[in-house]
Design a protein around this ligand. Structure first.
Ligand SMILES: Nc1ncnc2c1ncn2[C@@H]1O[C@H](COP(=O)(O)OP(=O)(O)OP(=O)(O)O)[C@@H](O)[C@H]1O
Ligand SMILES: [Mg+2]
Length: 435
């Protein structure tokens, strides 16, 4: 981005340098010349933008005209805005009145601007890094406090993304997201864990994340499973990935470098992640690799949802160490509930040694087949053992959950009005209301 800003500033300098000179020349031919010259140049600029600018993904929410005004509720932005107002007022007043006391002719004035513009262009290029940093800081500050959609993933990652062009169209958004203005807080990190396989960890990670996003929250999903199911369920082929969570955990690559913008942002995984446990085993602080990686982006999101593999190995330990809360999806069968004791044991070890604050947010009954007595009994056993830690939301068995990932979508997008989507919306409300 700073490169684009430097180029923009340099072009501005060249424009200031050449504009008045060309204007003077055209004015020499006819007084109408400058009046035609300006719109002609603007038309060239407009055509260049239309032809050269790469298409950007449509924002999930239309930015309204009042959003920039709402952003002024942020004190820092208000002060920056007022200072910029005075600065520009003073600057352009000076510009407009300079020719009078200096008694300059139109051509002399043109040369003053020419020299000034040239200096600006040269200064911007030579001091580009410095100015670029200031501009980037200002632009970032404004974007952070403004309630405006913005892509968080790195541009390169998005360019590679096969999901590109398949990003959500604004008319596909099922509900109007309510964007929070309070963006100063850090993301809440939720890990989805159960060492038993096939209990809907991945399904729950993606669909709860999509439900948070629908409510206007900024969400990052992290795929910590070498199977890459979460990555696949957003339409990304793990085999095509050059870099993945492996590089984040083992080589400390910034997580934004492996983040793709889909329905939500997804930090992608592929089979090479299976080698991460061994590769990390020599690292000091190997349990905290994910926690460290997330620190850099915790300000950019409201929720980080981590999908874990069906084991209690180092990848899951990393997820539990980075997490504030753990959601445990449980398939409503007696056998699949026995593993919960083991998970609780692992969690208490993590609390003692690595992350004293992590706690179970709740246990989620999944794949509930309401027609069977067995499912009812299984939920009763869950409630006897875990009381109000069992979520009120129940995820029923339906083929929609198998169909949606094939299309590279969450169930909320695939079947927005269905009961399956509503169940995850209800879960989102429960999680949000429990703080
Ligand atoms: N409520 C549901 N009803 C029917 N099928 C479901 C439901 N939830 C998930 N599934 C299906 O069950 C399978 C396993 O789900 P999922 O991949 O989410 O489990 P998982 O716990 O992440 O598995 P793993 O342990 O292998 O990572 C998937 O095919 C998914 O589509
Ligand atoms: Mg999974």
């Amino acid at each position: 981005m700073s490169g684009a800003i430097i180029l923009y500033e340099a072009a501005l300098g060249l424009g200031i340098a050449s504009g008045p000179l060309v204007g003077g020349l055209l004015g020499g031919i006819s007084w109408r010349g400058p009046f035609f010259g300006t719109p002609a140049l603007m038309a060239v600029g407009f055509v260049a933008i239309v032809v050269l600018l790469e298409p950007l993904p449509k924002p999930a929410r239309k930015v309204s005209l009042v959003d920039p005004l709402k952003a002024l509720r942020h004190r820092g932005l208000l002060i920056t805005g007022v200072v910029a107002l005075f600065y520009n007022f003073g600057f352009f007043t000076l510009l407009a009145y300079t020719p009078f006391p200096l008694h300059m002719s139109a051509h002399e004035l043109g040369f003053v601007f020419f020299g000034w513009g040239l200096l600006l262009a040269v200064a911007v290029i030579s001091a580009g890094a410095f100015l670029g940093v200031i501009d980037t800081v200002l632009t970032e500050a404004v974007m952070r406090v403004a309630p405006v959609e913005r892509p968080v993933a790195s541009v390169r990652a998005r360019e590679d993304s096969p999901a590109r062009g398949r990003t959500r169209r604004s008319d596909e958004v099922p509900a109007t997201p309510k964007r929070r203005l309070d963006v100063t807080g850090q993301a809440k990190v939720i890990a989805f864990a159960n060492q038993k396989g096939g209990v809907a960890k991945t399904t729950t990670t993606l669909n709860l994340a999509a439900a948070f996003a629908e409510e206007g929250h900024r969400v990052l999903c992290v795929d910590m499973d070498p199977q890459g199911n979460l990555t696949m369920s957003q339409g990304i082929d793990p085999e095509t990935l050059e870099r993945s969570m492996f590089d984040v955990l083992v080589h400390d690559l910034p997580i934004s470098e492996v983040t793709r913008t889909c329905e939500v942002d997804v930090a992608v995984a592929s089979i090479d992640l299976a080698g991460a446990e061994i590769a990390m085993s020599m690292k000091i602080g190997r349990e905290r690799s994910l926690d460290r990686a997330l620190k850099a982006v915790r300000d950019d999101y409201d929720f980080v949802c981590i999908d874990t593999p069906p084991s209690l190995g180092l990848l899951t330990v990393n997820a539990l160490t980075a997490a504030d809360k753990v959601i445990v999806p449980v398939q409503c069968e007696y056998l699949s509930m026995r593993g919960l004791l083991q998970l609780q044991h692992t969690l208490s070890m993590i609390r003692e040694n690595l992350n004293p604050n992590v706690d179970i947010a709740g246990i989620l009954p999944t794949m509930v087949d309401t027609r069977t007595l067995h499912a009812k009994e299984a939920i009763e056993i869950l409630e006897e053992n875990f009381g109000d830690r069992v979520f009120g939301a129940r995820i029923k068995k339906t083929v929609r959950f198998a169909e949606a990932p094939v299309k590279g979508m969450s169930v909320l997008k695939y079947d927005p009005t269905g009961a399956a989507a509503d169940a995850y919306r209800r879960l989102a409300k429960e999680v949000l209301s429990n703080g």
